[in-house]
Design a protein around this ligand. Structure first.
Ligand code: PLP
Length: 396
């Protein structure tokens, strides 16, 4: 019986969505099909598939069944019409931008985008004569002013990495629409469980699947979904030619990871709330950044546009880098690593993780203190996480 996901909720979709079409021989799980090419005995059928007149696969750089199952699942989770995938999150971001931008275009974004995205804005796009305007994150009036002057793309990320700043997507999408701009949102931190930018007016949504979608820090991937098939097809075309294709083995791991997406996000958020509250209560911590705290400057916007506040938080400590150097190695139940979104709690200073590409001056300009610690909460038991942080801070 063909499954209908129209009225299904997120947990059910996480488990079931997108897989049915790809099951063979009665298998209950989507198989990995590593074949680089797909063969045809009938020359006319081969031709029809090759020109897109008939469904099917030709060559692995273009499409692959396992990869397509991954795309279908994300599409259904985001309530999108189409999806296309990439080897990494950065490939999704760069391919999407380069699909639409040509010399002389203008793009408006925010200062706090992911470090790699920021590098595209400051290093690569300007040398292709694309004008990049980066507004203070959270300054909605400034973004509206710049967008009103005209732009091809309005590019947002919310919550941001690593200070979890929040931008009002519906308000910004309205400003973008008024000048016919494409509104793109990096939804990696929120995940489809907590935020659906397409429903808030965005045209395209990007994920680094490497993070929460996969959830187990064992596969790289990226994905773009859109309300209009035609937009996503243009991005797909750019990617099939330029070749930043997702690997079928990665697609399999990401599919498996996504089955528990809702479950993981709920638990990780519970841990993030508990840890944020604990960190706020101790002297050595200066500031705690988490959208779920009422002290967060845009808590009210987060509450409005998000179904949950997510698993990411950051905090700054007295003594800066010196304190970070002593405290972080003492944690037992946390990886000190550059990734995020895994089942294990993962910590790292912004200066060595999200914003390692930037100079201290650039980080300061983005409001990222050198002693800022980013925490991606895992799904451990919150009392153990808090006890672990407590013992790490003991002698400080
Ligand atoms: C990690 C990340 C990216 C880049 O994804 P990769 O898979 O590492 O290329 C983009 N945006 C955000 C918000 C991220 O956290």
């Amino acid at each position: 019986m063909t499954k209908n996901f129209e009225n299904a909720s997120m947990g059910t979709k996480s488990v079931w969505a997108g897989e049915e079409e790809y099951l063979v021989h009665g298998a209950t799980q989507v198989p990995v099909i590593p074949s680089v090419a797909f063969g045809y005995d009938d020359m006319d059928e081969w031709y029809d598939v090759a020109i897109g007149r008939k469904k099917g696969h030709i060559y692995g750089r273009n499409t692959n069944p396992t990869v397509q199952a991954f795309e279908d699942k994300v599409k259904l989770l985001e309530g999108a019409e189409a999806a296309t995938s990439f080897s990494t999150g950065m490939a999704a971001i760069s391919n999407t931008l380069y699909t639409f931008l040509t010399p002389g275009d203008r793009i408006v974004s925010i200062k706090d985008t992911y470090g790699g995205t920021n590098k595209i804005f400051t290093e690569f796009l300007p040398r292709q004569q694309v004008e990049v305007v980066l507004c203070a994150t959270g300054d909605h009036e400034a973004i509206e002013r710049e967008v009103a002057k005209g732009c091809k793309i309005l590019y947002l990320e919310t919550p941001t990495n690593p200070t979890v700043k929040i931008t009002d997507i519906a308000r910004m999408a309205k400003a973008g629409k008024a000048v016919d701009a494409l509104v793109i949102v990096d939804n990696t931190f929120a995940t489809p469980v907590n935020q659906n930018p397409l429903a808030l007016g965005a045209d395209l949504v990007i994920h680094s699947a490497t993070k929460f979608l996969g959830g187990h820090a064992d596969a790289l991937g990226g994905v773009v979904v859109g309300k209009e098939k035609e937009l996503v097809e243009q991005i797909y075309h750019y990617r099939e030619i330029n070749g930043a294709t997702m690997d079928p083995w990665a697609a399999y791991l990401l599919l498996r990871g996504m089955k528990t997406l809702q479950l993981r996000m709920k638990k990780a958020e519970e841990n993030a709330h508990a840890l944020a509250a604990y960190l706020q209560s101790i002297d050595i911590v200066d500031d705690v950044f988490y959208p779920g705290l009422e002290t967060h400057p845009n808590h009210h916007i987060a509450k409005e546009q998000m179904k949950g506040f997510g698993a990411m938080l950051s905090f700054s400590v007295k003594g800066g880098v010196d304190t970070v150097r002593v405290v972080l190695p003492k944690l037992q139940f946390a990886n000190r690593a550059a990734n995020l979104g895994a089942v294990e709690t993962t910590v790292g200073p912004a200066r060595t993780t999200s914003h390692v590409e930037c100079t201290p001056e650039e980080r300061a300009a983005m409001g990222i203190p050198e002693g800022l610690i980013r925490v991606s909460c895992g799904i451990e038991d919150s009392e153990d996480i808090i006890a672990d942080f407590k013992q790490a801070f003991e002698d400080e």
